[in-house]
Ligand binder design. Structure first.
Ligand code: ATP
Ligand code: MG
Length: 420
Protein backbone atom coordinates (compact mmCIF):
# COMPACT_ATOMS: atom_id res chain seq x y z
CA UNK A 1 0.00 0.00 0.00
CA UNK A 2 1.41 3.44 -0.85
CA UNK A 3 2.00 5.43 2.32
CA UNK A 4 0.38 8.77 2.98
CA UNK A 5 2.54 11.00 5.14
CA UNK A 6 1.43 14.47 6.11
CA UNK A 7 3.80 17.16 7.30
CA UNK A 8 6.59 16.19 4.89
CA UNK A 9 7.51 17.13 1.35
CA UNK A 10 8.58 14.55 -1.26
CA UNK A 11 12.26 14.85 -0.47
CA UNK A 12 11.72 14.29 3.24
CA UNK A 13 9.42 11.34 2.53
CA UNK A 14 12.05 9.72 0.37
CA UNK A 15 14.77 10.29 2.94
CA UNK A 16 12.96 9.14 6.10
CA UNK A 17 10.12 6.87 5.01
CA UNK A 18 7.76 6.61 7.96
CA UNK A 19 10.48 6.95 10.62
CA UNK A 20 9.49 9.72 13.03
CA UNK A 21 5.79 9.56 12.20
CA UNK A 22 2.63 8.37 13.90
CA UNK A 23 -0.48 6.78 12.43
CA UNK A 24 -3.43 9.05 13.21
CA UNK A 25 -6.17 7.65 10.99
CA UNK A 26 -7.14 6.32 7.59
CA UNK A 27 -7.78 8.01 4.28
CA UNK A 28 -11.49 8.10 3.41
CA UNK A 29 -12.16 7.37 -0.22
CA UNK A 30 -15.60 8.06 -1.70
CA UNK A 31 -18.31 10.41 -0.55
CA UNK A 32 -20.75 10.38 2.36
CA UNK A 33 -22.14 6.96 3.22
CA UNK A 34 -20.24 5.39 0.31
CA UNK A 35 -16.91 6.43 1.83
CA UNK A 36 -14.60 3.64 2.90
CA UNK A 37 -11.39 3.56 4.88
CA UNK A 38 -8.29 3.09 2.74
CA UNK A 39 -4.58 3.77 3.43
CA UNK A 40 -3.29 4.73 6.86
CA UNK A 41 -2.29 8.37 7.26
CA UNK A 42 1.07 8.95 8.92
CA UNK A 43 1.81 12.22 10.61
CA UNK A 44 5.29 13.72 10.93
CA UNK A 45 6.26 14.28 14.57
CA UNK A 46 9.99 14.71 14.01
CA UNK A 47 10.12 18.25 12.64
CA UNK A 48 8.51 21.47 13.83
CA UNK A 49 4.95 22.25 12.78
CA UNK A 50 2.15 24.63 13.53
CA UNK A 51 -0.95 22.55 13.52
CA UNK A 52 -4.61 23.57 13.75
CA UNK A 53 -7.25 21.17 15.11
CA UNK A 54 -10.74 22.46 14.40
CA UNK A 55 -14.38 21.35 14.43
CA UNK A 56 -17.65 22.39 15.97
CA UNK A 57 -18.76 21.22 19.41
CA UNK A 58 -18.44 17.53 20.12
CA UNK A 59 -16.84 16.57 16.80
CA UNK A 60 -13.71 15.03 18.30
CA UNK A 61 -11.09 17.79 18.62
CA UNK A 62 -9.97 17.06 22.16
CA UNK A 63 -10.06 13.35 21.36
CA UNK A 64 -7.83 13.86 18.32
CA UNK A 65 -5.43 16.03 20.31
CA UNK A 66 -5.06 13.05 22.64
CA UNK A 67 -4.42 10.78 19.64
CA UNK A 68 -1.60 13.07 18.54
CA UNK A 69 -0.10 12.97 22.04
CA UNK A 70 -0.28 9.15 21.96
CA UNK A 71 1.47 9.02 18.58
CA UNK A 72 4.24 11.40 19.65
CA UNK A 73 4.81 9.23 22.70
CA UNK A 74 4.69 5.93 20.79
CA UNK A 75 6.88 7.09 17.88
CA UNK A 76 10.29 5.56 17.26
CA UNK A 77 11.97 8.89 18.05
CA UNK A 78 9.97 9.70 21.19
CA UNK A 79 13.13 9.92 23.24
CA UNK A 80 14.00 13.09 21.34
CA UNK A 81 10.59 14.61 21.93
CA UNK A 82 8.68 15.99 24.85
CA UNK A 83 4.98 16.82 24.94
CA UNK A 84 3.24 19.50 26.96
CA UNK A 85 -0.52 19.18 26.95
CA UNK A 86 -2.25 22.37 28.05
CA UNK A 87 -5.47 21.10 29.59
CA UNK A 88 -7.79 23.98 30.56
CA UNK A 89 -10.75 21.72 31.35
CA UNK A 90 -8.95 18.90 33.19
CA UNK A 91 -9.83 16.01 30.87
CA UNK A 92 -6.48 14.43 30.02
CA UNK A 93 -5.80 12.70 33.37
CA UNK A 94 -7.72 9.79 31.88
CA UNK A 95 -4.87 9.03 29.45
CA UNK A 96 -3.43 6.99 32.30
CA UNK A 97 -6.20 4.44 31.73
CA UNK A 98 -6.46 2.05 28.81
CA UNK A 99 -9.49 2.58 26.57
CA UNK A 100 -11.02 -0.76 27.45
CA UNK A 101 -14.51 0.16 26.29
CA UNK A 102 -13.21 0.42 22.71
CA UNK A 103 -11.56 -2.99 22.77
CA UNK A 104 -13.51 -4.27 19.76
CA UNK A 105 -13.04 -1.14 17.68
CA UNK A 106 -9.32 -0.97 18.46
CA UNK A 107 -9.00 -4.58 17.43
CA UNK A 108 -10.29 -3.76 13.94
CA UNK A 109 -7.50 -1.22 13.65
CA UNK A 110 -4.90 -3.71 14.85
CA UNK A 111 -4.45 -1.71 18.06
CA UNK A 112 -4.71 -2.49 21.76
CA UNK A 113 -5.99 -0.43 24.70
CA UNK A 114 -3.08 1.16 26.52
CA UNK A 115 -2.62 3.48 29.50
CA UNK A 116 0.08 6.17 29.32
CA UNK A 117 2.36 7.39 32.07
CA UNK A 118 1.30 11.00 31.65
CA UNK A 119 2.35 13.33 34.47
CA UNK A 120 -0.43 15.55 35.73
CA UNK A 121 0.78 18.93 37.02
CA UNK A 122 -1.34 21.34 39.03
CA UNK A 123 -0.62 24.77 40.60
CA UNK A 124 1.20 24.38 43.92
CA UNK A 125 -1.35 26.46 45.81
CA UNK A 126 -4.30 24.35 44.63
CA UNK A 127 -3.46 20.96 46.10
CA UNK A 128 -6.13 21.30 48.82
CA UNK A 129 -8.81 21.93 46.23
CA UNK A 130 -7.75 18.89 44.23
CA UNK A 131 -7.69 16.72 47.32
CA UNK A 132 -11.09 17.84 48.55
CA UNK A 133 -12.60 17.10 45.14
CA UNK A 134 -10.75 13.78 45.05
CA UNK A 135 -9.09 14.69 41.78
CA UNK A 136 -5.72 13.08 41.36
CA UNK A 137 -2.47 14.70 40.25
CA UNK A 138 1.19 13.77 40.18
CA UNK A 139 3.17 16.93 40.76
CA UNK A 140 2.84 20.65 41.35
CA UNK A 141 4.38 23.66 39.63
CA UNK A 142 5.12 27.25 40.57
CA UNK A 143 6.05 30.38 38.65
CA UNK A 144 8.42 33.12 39.73
CA UNK A 145 6.42 36.39 39.86
CA UNK A 146 9.59 38.38 39.14
CA UNK A 147 9.69 36.94 35.63
CA UNK A 148 6.53 38.79 34.64
CA UNK A 149 6.68 42.17 32.93
CA UNK A 150 4.37 45.05 33.89
CA UNK A 151 2.51 44.52 30.61
CA UNK A 152 1.87 40.86 31.45
CA UNK A 153 0.61 41.75 34.93
CA UNK A 154 -1.66 44.40 33.41
CA UNK A 155 -3.14 41.85 30.99
CA UNK A 156 -3.62 39.32 33.76
CA UNK A 157 -5.32 41.93 35.96
CA UNK A 158 -7.28 43.29 33.04
CA UNK A 159 -6.14 46.87 33.60
CA UNK A 160 -4.79 49.42 31.10
CA UNK A 161 -1.13 50.31 31.49
CA UNK A 162 -1.97 53.98 31.01
CA UNK A 163 -4.62 54.00 33.74
CA UNK A 164 -3.63 55.26 37.19
CA UNK A 165 -3.31 51.70 38.52
CA UNK A 166 -1.35 50.73 35.42
CA UNK A 167 1.09 53.58 35.88
CA UNK A 168 1.71 52.66 39.50
CA UNK A 169 2.10 48.99 38.50
CA UNK A 170 4.70 49.89 35.91
CA UNK A 171 6.68 51.97 38.44
CA UNK A 172 6.60 49.24 41.08
CA UNK A 173 7.73 46.53 38.70
CA UNK A 174 10.49 48.59 37.16
CA UNK A 175 11.82 49.57 40.61
CA UNK A 176 11.77 45.95 41.83
CA UNK A 177 13.41 44.68 38.63
CA UNK A 178 16.14 47.26 39.05
CA UNK A 179 16.70 46.40 42.70
CA UNK A 180 16.24 42.62 42.81
CA UNK A 181 16.38 41.43 39.21
CA UNK A 182 14.53 38.13 38.90
CA UNK A 183 14.40 37.51 42.61
CA UNK A 184 11.39 38.88 44.46
CA UNK A 185 8.12 37.56 45.79
CA UNK A 186 4.50 38.70 45.68
CA UNK A 187 4.88 39.73 49.32
CA UNK A 188 7.77 42.03 48.34
CA UNK A 189 5.54 43.51 45.65
CA UNK A 190 2.81 44.28 48.19
CA UNK A 191 5.28 45.75 50.67
CA UNK A 192 6.92 47.88 48.00
CA UNK A 193 3.66 49.77 47.42
CA UNK A 194 4.17 51.77 50.65
CA UNK A 195 7.37 53.27 49.31
CA UNK A 196 5.62 55.04 46.44
CA UNK A 197 4.08 58.51 46.58
CA UNK A 198 0.74 57.86 44.96
CA UNK A 199 -2.88 58.40 45.86
CA UNK A 200 -4.16 56.01 48.49
CA UNK A 201 -7.04 54.56 46.49
CA UNK A 202 -4.86 53.52 43.58
CA UNK A 203 -2.43 51.90 46.00
CA UNK A 204 -5.28 49.98 47.63
CA UNK A 205 -6.59 48.86 44.25
CA UNK A 206 -3.23 47.54 43.21
CA UNK A 207 -2.65 45.90 46.57
CA UNK A 208 -5.94 44.07 46.16
CA UNK A 209 -4.88 42.84 42.77
CA UNK A 210 -1.59 41.54 44.15
CA UNK A 211 -3.42 39.80 47.00
CA UNK A 212 -5.75 38.34 44.44
CA UNK A 213 -2.80 36.95 42.52
CA UNK A 214 -1.73 35.08 45.67
CA UNK A 215 -5.04 33.24 45.50
CA UNK A 216 -4.23 31.91 42.06
CA UNK A 217 -1.85 29.50 43.72
CA UNK A 218 0.69 29.61 40.91
CA UNK A 219 3.45 31.74 42.43
CA UNK A 220 6.41 30.48 44.37
CA UNK A 221 10.06 31.40 44.76
CA UNK A 222 11.09 30.07 41.40
CA UNK A 223 9.65 28.81 38.16
CA UNK A 224 9.57 25.03 38.22
CA UNK A 225 8.32 24.63 34.67
CA UNK A 226 11.51 23.06 33.33
CA UNK A 227 10.13 19.76 34.63
CA UNK A 228 7.64 19.80 31.73
CA UNK A 229 10.43 19.29 29.22
CA UNK A 230 11.57 15.76 29.98
CA UNK A 231 12.47 13.35 27.19
CA UNK A 232 9.78 10.96 26.10
CA UNK A 233 7.27 12.32 28.59
CA UNK A 234 3.79 13.76 28.30
CA UNK A 235 3.21 16.54 30.83
CA UNK A 236 -0.41 17.49 31.32
CA UNK A 237 -0.92 20.95 32.82
CA UNK A 238 -4.29 20.69 34.46
CA UNK A 239 -5.68 24.20 34.88
CA UNK A 240 -9.29 23.25 35.46
CA UNK A 241 -9.23 24.80 38.97
CA UNK A 242 -9.35 28.26 37.41
CA UNK A 243 -12.64 27.37 35.80
CA UNK A 244 -14.88 29.27 38.17
CA UNK A 245 -12.73 32.39 38.48
CA UNK A 246 -13.64 35.48 36.48
CA UNK A 247 -9.98 35.94 35.60
CA UNK A 248 -9.59 32.20 34.90
CA UNK A 249 -8.48 32.51 31.31
CA UNK A 250 -6.04 35.36 32.08
CA UNK A 251 -4.37 33.21 34.71
CA UNK A 252 -4.18 30.21 32.39
CA UNK A 253 -2.71 32.46 29.70
CA UNK A 254 -0.12 33.76 32.12
CA UNK A 255 1.07 30.21 32.75
CA UNK A 256 1.15 29.33 29.05
CA UNK A 257 2.85 32.62 28.14
CA UNK A 258 5.67 32.16 30.65
CA UNK A 259 6.06 28.53 29.67
CA UNK A 260 6.21 29.31 25.95
CA UNK A 261 8.86 31.97 26.56
CA UNK A 262 10.96 29.64 28.69
CA UNK A 263 10.79 26.68 26.29
CA UNK A 264 11.67 28.83 23.29
CA UNK A 265 14.63 30.41 25.08
CA UNK A 266 15.98 27.01 26.10
CA UNK A 267 15.46 25.43 22.70
CA UNK A 268 17.30 28.37 21.08
CA UNK A 269 20.27 27.87 23.38
CA UNK A 270 20.17 24.09 22.83
CA UNK A 271 19.96 24.56 19.06
CA UNK A 272 23.27 26.46 19.05
CA UNK A 273 25.00 23.62 20.86
CA UNK A 274 23.38 21.05 18.57
CA UNK A 275 24.65 22.90 15.51
CA UNK A 276 28.16 22.87 16.91
CA UNK A 277 27.81 19.14 17.59
CA UNK A 278 26.56 18.55 14.05
CA UNK A 279 29.70 20.21 12.69
CA UNK A 280 31.70 17.68 14.70
CA UNK A 281 29.51 14.87 13.37
CA UNK A 282 27.63 14.29 16.65
CA UNK A 283 23.87 13.87 16.21
CA UNK A 284 22.45 13.84 19.74
CA UNK A 285 20.01 16.57 20.63
CA UNK A 286 20.83 18.56 23.75
CA UNK A 287 17.24 18.97 24.73
CA UNK A 288 14.12 17.32 23.31
CA UNK A 289 12.08 18.99 20.60
CA UNK A 290 9.00 20.29 22.34
CA UNK A 291 5.42 19.79 21.20
CA UNK A 292 2.91 22.00 22.96
CA UNK A 293 -0.69 20.90 22.42
CA UNK A 294 -3.24 23.51 23.49
CA UNK A 295 -6.93 22.75 23.90
CA UNK A 296 -9.35 25.72 23.65
CA UNK A 297 -6.55 27.69 21.97
CA UNK A 298 -8.71 30.69 20.98
CA UNK A 299 -8.76 31.61 24.68
CA UNK A 300 -4.97 31.87 24.77
CA UNK A 301 -4.34 33.45 21.40
CA UNK A 302 -7.59 35.11 20.33
CA UNK A 303 -8.22 37.13 17.22
CA UNK A 304 -9.66 39.98 19.24
CA UNK A 305 -7.57 41.37 22.08
CA UNK A 306 -4.41 40.07 23.66
CA UNK A 307 -3.56 37.76 26.53
CA UNK A 308 -0.22 37.22 28.29
CA UNK A 309 0.22 34.19 25.99
CA UNK A 310 -0.37 36.03 22.71
CA UNK A 311 3.13 37.36 22.09
CA UNK A 312 5.04 34.26 23.25
CA UNK A 313 2.84 31.94 21.17
CA UNK A 314 3.11 34.16 18.10
CA UNK A 315 6.88 33.90 18.46
CA UNK A 316 6.60 30.10 18.39
CA UNK A 317 4.48 30.37 15.29
CA UNK A 318 6.86 32.74 13.52
CA UNK A 319 10.32 31.50 14.45
CA UNK A 320 9.67 28.07 15.97
CA UNK A 321 10.99 26.12 13.00
CA UNK A 322 14.60 27.08 13.62
CA UNK A 323 14.87 26.23 17.37
CA UNK A 324 12.54 23.24 16.99
CA UNK A 325 9.25 23.86 18.77
CA UNK A 326 5.89 22.59 17.56
CA UNK A 327 2.44 23.81 18.34
CA UNK A 328 -1.01 22.26 17.97
CA UNK A 329 -3.85 24.73 18.42
CA UNK A 330 -7.26 23.22 19.06
CA UNK A 331 -10.46 25.30 18.80
CA UNK A 332 -14.16 25.19 17.90
CA UNK A 333 -13.88 28.41 16.00
CA UNK A 334 -10.86 28.97 13.76
CA UNK A 335 -12.26 32.43 12.95
CA UNK A 336 -11.73 33.35 16.60
CA UNK A 337 -8.09 32.27 16.57
CA UNK A 338 -5.44 34.97 16.05
CA UNK A 339 -5.27 35.35 12.29
CA UNK A 340 -1.45 35.39 12.20
CA UNK A 341 -1.39 32.04 13.97
CA UNK A 342 -4.12 30.65 11.72
CA UNK A 343 -2.36 31.67 8.54
CA UNK A 344 0.88 30.01 9.68
CA UNK A 345 -0.67 26.59 10.26
CA UNK A 346 1.07 24.13 7.94
CA UNK A 347 -1.14 21.18 8.89
CA UNK A 348 -4.83 21.43 9.66
CA UNK A 349 -7.07 18.70 10.96
CA UNK A 350 -10.62 19.92 10.67
CA UNK A 351 -13.58 17.95 11.90
CA UNK A 352 -16.99 19.13 10.74
CA UNK A 353 -17.57 22.90 10.77
CA UNK A 354 -20.87 24.62 10.02
CA UNK A 355 -20.45 28.34 10.80
CA UNK A 356 -19.78 30.25 7.61
CA UNK A 357 -17.13 32.51 9.14
CA UNK A 358 -15.13 29.46 10.26
CA UNK A 359 -15.37 27.74 6.89
CA UNK A 360 -14.36 30.98 5.17
CA UNK A 361 -11.40 31.41 7.53
CA UNK A 362 -10.19 27.91 6.62
CA UNK A 363 -10.83 28.32 2.91
CA UNK A 364 -8.75 31.49 2.86
CA UNK A 365 -5.57 29.90 4.14
CA UNK A 366 -5.72 26.56 2.36
CA UNK A 367 -7.22 27.36 -1.00
CA UNK A 368 -4.14 27.31 -3.18
CA UNK A 369 -3.97 23.58 -3.81
CA UNK A 370 -7.61 22.56 -3.34
CA UNK A 371 -9.52 21.46 -6.36
CA UNK A 372 -12.88 22.34 -4.86
CA UNK A 373 -14.35 24.79 -2.47
CA UNK A 374 -13.72 23.70 1.15
CA UNK A 375 -17.49 23.40 1.65
CA UNK A 376 -17.54 20.67 -0.99
CA UNK A 377 -15.04 18.56 0.97
CA UNK A 378 -16.93 19.09 4.22
CA UNK A 379 -20.24 18.10 2.62
CA UNK A 380 -18.70 14.88 1.30
CA UNK A 381 -17.64 13.69 4.79
CA UNK A 382 -19.67 10.77 6.13
CA UNK A 383 -21.71 11.63 9.19
CA UNK A 384 -19.55 9.70 11.67
CA UNK A 385 -17.58 10.68 14.76
CA UNK A 386 -13.90 11.19 14.18
CA UNK A 387 -14.15 12.02 10.48
CA UNK A 388 -12.54 15.19 9.18
CA UNK A 389 -10.18 16.74 6.66
CA UNK A 390 -6.44 16.91 6.87
CA UNK A 391 -4.98 19.78 4.88
CA UNK A 392 -1.24 19.63 4.46
CA UNK A 393 0.78 22.55 3.17
CA UNK A 394 3.96 20.48 3.02
CA UNK A 395 2.67 17.97 0.49
CA UNK A 396 0.00 20.40 -0.81
CA UNK A 397 -2.69 17.78 -0.41
CA UNK A 398 -6.04 17.44 1.28
CA UNK A 399 -7.22 14.12 2.71
CA UNK A 400 -10.62 13.18 4.09
CA UNK A 401 -9.79 11.12 7.19
CA UNK A 402 -11.30 8.78 9.72
CA UNK A 403 -9.27 9.42 12.86
CA UNK A 404 -8.33 6.24 14.69
CA UNK A 405 -9.84 5.24 18.05
CA UNK A 406 -7.85 6.23 21.10
CA UNK A 407 -5.68 3.68 22.88
CA UNK A 408 -6.14 5.56 26.13
CA UNK A 409 -9.39 6.59 27.77
CA UNK A 410 -10.95 9.92 26.73
CA UNK A 411 -12.67 11.72 29.61
CA UNK A 412 -14.20 14.53 27.61
CA UNK A 413 -17.10 12.46 26.29
CA UNK A 414 -20.64 13.71 25.94
CA UNK A 415 -22.81 12.87 28.97
CA UNK A 416 -26.46 12.02 28.47
CA UNK A 417 -29.49 11.83 30.74
CA UNK A 418 -30.86 8.51 29.52
CA UNK A 419 -31.25 6.01 32.31
CA UNK A 420 -29.30 2.82 32.02
N1 ATP B 1 -11.99 9.09 16.22
C1 ATP B 1 -12.97 8.83 17.10
N2 ATP B 1 -13.39 7.56 17.27
C2 ATP B 1 -14.38 7.26 18.15
N3 ATP B 1 -14.99 8.18 18.93
C3 ATP B 1 -14.63 9.47 18.83
C4 ATP B 1 -13.60 9.86 17.89
N4 ATP B 1 -13.45 11.19 18.00
C5 ATP B 1 -14.33 11.61 18.94
N5 ATP B 1 -15.03 10.59 19.44
C6 ATP B 1 -16.09 10.71 20.50
O1 ATP B 1 -16.82 11.91 20.26
C7 ATP B 1 -17.14 12.62 21.45
C8 ATP B 1 -16.73 14.07 21.39
O2 ATP B 1 -15.34 14.19 21.25
P1 ATP B 1 -14.50 15.41 21.89
O3 ATP B 1 -14.64 15.44 23.37
O4 ATP B 1 -13.12 15.29 21.36
O5 ATP B 1 -15.24 16.68 21.24
P2 ATP B 1 -14.71 18.18 21.05
O6 ATP B 1 -14.69 18.46 19.59
O7 ATP B 1 -13.46 18.40 21.78
O8 ATP B 1 -15.91 18.97 21.72
P3 ATP B 1 -15.92 20.40 22.49
O9 ATP B 1 -15.90 21.44 21.41
O10 ATP B 1 -17.21 20.40 23.23
O11 ATP B 1 -14.71 20.46 23.35
C9 ATP B 1 -16.46 11.84 22.57
O12 ATP B 1 -17.42 11.13 23.27
C10 ATP B 1 -15.48 10.92 21.89
O13 ATP B 1 -15.36 9.73 22.62
MG1 MG C 1 -12.98 19.53 23.49
Amino acid sequence: MPKITVGRDDKEKEKHGIKGTGMVGKHLVGENEEAHQANPIYFDVATPHVMGVFGKRGTGKSYSLGTIAEEIHDSDISNNLSTILVDPMGIYWSMKRPNDRAHGLLDKWGLKPKGYEVKIFIPEGKTEEFRSKEMSYDQTFTLNPAELTAAEWAMAFNIELNSKTGILLERVISKLDEKFGDDYSLETMVNALDKFEFDKNTKRTLENRFRNAEEWGIFGEESTIDQFMNRGEISVIDMSVFGEMSSGWSVRSLVVGLLAKRVLRQRMAARKLEEMDEMEGIKDNEMPIVWMLIDEAHQFIPNNGRTPATKPLLRWVKIGREPGVSLALCTQQPAKLNSNALSQCDIILSHRLTAKQDIDALGEIMQTYMRHDIQHYIDALPDKTGTGLIMDDNSERIFPVQMRPRKSWHAGGTPDAFEE
